[in-house]
Design a protein around this ligand. Structure first.
Ligand SMILES: Cc1cc2nc3c(=O)[nH]c(=O)nc-3n(C[C@H](O)[C@H](O)[C@H](O)COP(=O)(O)OP(=O)(O)OC[C@H]3O[C@@H](n4cnc5c(N)ncnc54)[C@H](O)[C@@H]3O)c2cc1C
Ligand code: FES
Length: 283
């Protein structure tokens, strides 16, 4: 787990980026702790005390020299709508960094980044780290419609190996992100795939990677309450290295998990073979 700190962070930028909002926060002591895959938990819309739970967001960029961290968020409900109405100069209570980071291959490796919607948010810092150590990356960026894509120009500035998919065909290849996945993995001889996006997409990407015999790490977005490993609201079933399935807390044991170990079909359930299932009343 990261070593999080709580800070009152000043908003230094809040601007639209496609269908999303880019939020840059300034607070000492956070940026230097952030690794790709970490997330930040922001207190939002607490004026009348009704939104007690912090909202989690992946860190997109962290700049220790400027003491800033950047998140990119979609308006999903009341909390994110309130966040979008904040102004430069306002102060947000933030706890970060949280969760684990993506494992990074040692030495030069070819990696494919697969991002659905704003899923590219945690993948660009990772791509930078991999190329810094002599590796290479490709991207597949997908969304339902063109305005929900994130990071297309950023990816193209990074590498020529960029494929874009939209389900309605409004940009790039028409279809789901998994359509060109196998071909893209083979084209760049990917040793590892990193995926971030909706759960259904992560599951589909993990299945393709398993078929192709390529390692796959996924950034999961289970609904979280405490964000620090106490409440168990964010658990999902994962097969351990000993072959035993357990519920793991995605806020501290994740959000970056080996996609081949997550029991995607059992998320939200307590399968009977899970360690401790009988005590939980599951079957
Ligand atoms: C590790 C992690 C990283 C995330 N990174 C990003 C990101 O980079 N950009 C982004 O736009 N969104 C991200 N999310 C999702 C974001 O946290 C939710 O969209 C946000 O919490 C919704 O809050 P709300 O009050 O606007 O919506 P609500 O009205 O509370 O709910 C709207 C939707 O958001 C889901 N949601 C609500 N609270 C949470 C929560 N605490 N955790 C997860 N989902 C929740 C609900 O299940 C519902 O589907 C991330 C979630 C997790 C767990
Ligand atoms: S959110 Fe509380 S244990 Fe993960």
């Amino acid at each position: 787990m990261a070593h999080p700190v709580q800070r009152q962070a000043e908003i230094v930028e809040l601007s639209p980026v496609g269908a999303y909002h880019r939020l840059v926060l300034r607070a000492e002591g956070i940026a230097e702790r952030v690794l790709p895959g970490h997330f930040a938990a922001l207190a939002v819309d607490r004026a009348d005390g009704s939104l007690l739970l912090r909202r989690p967001f992946f860190v997109h960029r962290a700049d220790p020299a400027e003491a800033t961290v950047e998140v990119v968020f979609a308006e999903a409900g009341r909390g994110t709508r309130a966040l979008a109405r904040q102004r430069v100069g306002d102060v947000v209570d933030v706890v970060a960094p949280l969760g684990n980071a993506f494992p990074i291959p040692t030495g030069p490796a070819s990696a494919l980044m697969v991002a659905g919607g704003y899923g590219g948010v945690p993948l660009f810092g990772l791509a930078e780290r991999i190329t810094e150590q002599g590796g290479s990356v490709g991207f597949i960026l997908g969304a339902s419609t063109a305005d929900r894509l994130f990071g297309v120009e950023q990816a193209r500035a990074f590498t020529p190996d960029v494929l874009v998919t939209t389900e309605d065909g409004s940009y790039g290849i028409r279809g789901q992100i998994t359509l060109p996945l196998t071909e893209a993995m083979r084209a760049i001889e990917a040793r590892v795939v990193y995926a971030s996006g909706p759960t259904g997409m992560l599951r589909a990407v993990a299945e393709v990677c398993a078929r192709e015999g390529v390692r796959c790490f996924t950034a999961v977005e289970q609904t979280m309450a405490c964000g620090v490993g106490v409440c168990m609201s964010c658990v999902l079933p994962v097969v351990g290295e000993d072959g035993v399935s357990r519920l793991v807390r995605s806020c501290v044991d994740g959000p970056c998990l080996d996609g081949s170990r997550v029991r995607w079909e059992d998320i939200g359930a307590v399968p009977p073979d899970l360690e401790g299932a009988a005590a939980m009343g599951g079957c």
